[in-house]
Design a protein around this ligand. Structure first.
Ligand SMILES: *[C@@H]1O[C@H](CO)[C@@H](O)[C@H](O)[C@H]1NC(C)=O
Ligand SMILES: *[C@@H]1O[C@H](CO)[C@@H](O)[C@H](O)[C@H]1NC(C)=O
Ligand SMILES: *[C@@H]1O[C@H](CO)[C@@H](O)[C@H](O)[C@H]1NC(C)=O
Ligand SMILES: *[C@@H]1O[C@H](CO)[C@@H](O)[C@H](O)[C@H]1NC(C)=O
Ligand SMILES: *[C@@H]1O[C@H](CO)[C@@H](O)[C@H](O)[C@H]1NC(C)=O
Ligand SMILES: *[C@@H]1O[C@H](CO)[C@@H](O)[C@H](O)[C@H]1NC(C)=O
Length: 394
């Protein structure tokens, strides 16, 4: 996450504020100067999905593309109690959006408002059919943090609690406290993998863990993905993607280590490549640095596109910059580039490549980390750009 100073802000914004007014309908089609009005499956900048009101702010967008090309997107919306994840749907490549549901905490009484994750079952698992949409997130209160799993059998219109994946202590980013954070869900080998940030191991300020379930109800042992001997290291915020040409998986994470910094970045972004997404613990951690001088900062996201040569393009986003970081050399550590985008910096910005439109890079937008809680009412947005065009602009 979770920059050290943020607990008070998180606690205040996600867990404690009184109820705000009901959600206004999302405003379709807002556009920005220099970019045309969003057309279905077109390219556009800052298309509004949802405009916050009152004391709300939106950060940490997450999304899933369903089998039929529908995009579902959600966001962490602070300023409401109890917190819930609003879900929006687009059937035309992000050009128009409508609200379809809120995902509420049904079991803890703690709200469900921080650090969402979405995926779709591409095959049946346990009693759940292919096409079931899954959601996770952090349900948190002063009594603890719980990474819970919810399922929707109607494409995101309604949700039912399935299981507690993992549980930790109350939200507290100080080393020695025992919360868990920031799930990421992956369907792999007839099972569901839940990755998360984990402060429960006394040997590590924070590490990255995963657990596997073959029925979505029972969860296997906690397995390390990234854990450093240096106690104060806090690898955080796993996101995983597959890179077909090299048949390897990539895990990206932020990597704060006390007050140290890399090229001016206090939350430098590292990655690991592995043949199995269950074996990242065996791989070497590599930094993303461009030209030996620029390093992305915080809450990375990673996707892959077949556009960009024999190895396609690995695309990484960070929290603090408009640019994306790309690699067309199968993840070679010296081959990262930086390319401008028209989208804004966003805390934990998620990005996407459409399955059937490999040149269309989606960047979800919301508030920056530093501006959370300032009530700027920065909207939840979708920007879609041509990856080919982005790669031309150094
Ligand atoms: C926290 O735990 C205490 C003691 O079990 C209980 O009284 C209280 O209702 C709990 N609060 C929440 C928000 O779960
Ligand atoms: C956070 O955790 C640290 C380390 O365990 C502890 O000293 C501190 O009291 C905790 N803060 C809160 C607000 O619980
Ligand atoms: C897939 O899961 C099965 C059964 O759990 C296991 O035996 C097999 O090794 C797994 N394969 C991979 C590639 O992880
Ligand atoms: C980081 O810097 C602050 C302020 O300079 C200092 O109080 C703190 O002890 C430092 N922490 C570490 C882990 O070095
Ligand atoms: C593609 O990736 C592989 C594995 O990293 C590498 O050996 C190869 O040189 C790359 N090809 C190109 C054109 O970058
Ligand atoms: C999109 O919004 C961001 C602020 O979130 C701004 O920095 C950027 O310039 C906007 N893009 C365009 C094309 O107006």
């Amino acid at each position: 996450m979770m920059r050290i100073f943020s607990f008070a802000l998180l606690a205040q914004s996600v867990f404690a504020l009184p109820d705000a007014s009901p959600a206004p309908p999302s405003s379709p089609g807002a556009c920005t100067a220099g970019y045309s009005k969003p057309q279905p499956w077109g390219f556009f900048a800052n298309n509004t999905i949802y405009t916050p009101t009152g004391t709300e702010s939106v950060t940490y967008p997450r999304h899933v593309e369903l089998e039929d090309g529908t995009l579902l997107a959600t966001v962490s919306r602070s300023g409401r109690s109890p917190a819930a994840f609003p879900v929006f749907e687009s059937k035309d490549g992000g050009a128009s959006w409508r609200w379809i549901s809120d995902i509420h905490d049904q079991v803890n009484g703690w709200g469900f408002g921080a650090q969402p994750a979405l995926t779709e079952l591409t095959e049946p698992i346990g009693h759940f059919a292919a096409g079931t949409v899954l959601a996770s997130g952090n349900s948190a209160s002063n009594n603890g943090t719980r990474i819970d799993l919810y399922a929707s059998t109607d494409k995101g219109r309604s949700w039912k609690f399935v299981s507690h994946i993992a549980q930790g202590g109350r939200p507290n980013t100080t080393n020695g406290a025992t919360p868990i954070w920031e799930p990421y869900l992956l369907v792999y080998n007839h099972s569901l993998v839940a990755y998360y940030s984990d402060q429960r191991d006394p040997l590590h300020g924070q590490k990255l863990s995963h657990q596997v379930s073959t029925d979505l109800v029972n969860w296997g042992p906690v397995v390390d993905d990234v854990a450093y001997d240096e106690y104060i290291a806090r690898p955080g915020m796993t996101v995983v993607s597959y890179i077909p040409p090299i048949d390897q998986w990539i895990l990206v994470h932020e990597f704060p280590r006390g007050n140290s910094s890399s090229h001016g970045s206090h939350y430098p972004v590292y990655y690991r490549l592995a043949k199995s997404p269950l074996d990242f613990r065996l791989s070497e951690g590599l930094p993303i640095v461009i030209n030996g001088e620029v390093a992305p900062n915080a809450s990375p996201y990673v996707v892959w596109s077949s556009v960009g040569g024999p190895n396609g393009t690995i695309i990484v986003s960070d929290a603090d910059n408009k640019v994306v970081y790309t690699n067309q050399a199968g993840g070679h550590v010296d081959k990262w580039e930086l390319h401008d985008t028209p989208a804004g910096a966003t805390y934990s910005r998620s990005i996407h490549i459409f399955k059937n439109h490999q040149d269309s890079l989606v960047l979800f937008g919301g508030e920056t980390f530093d501006d959370m809680g300032l009530h700027l009412l920065t909207p939840f947005t979708a920007t879609v750009v041509s990856l080919t065009d982005i790669l031309k602009n150094w």
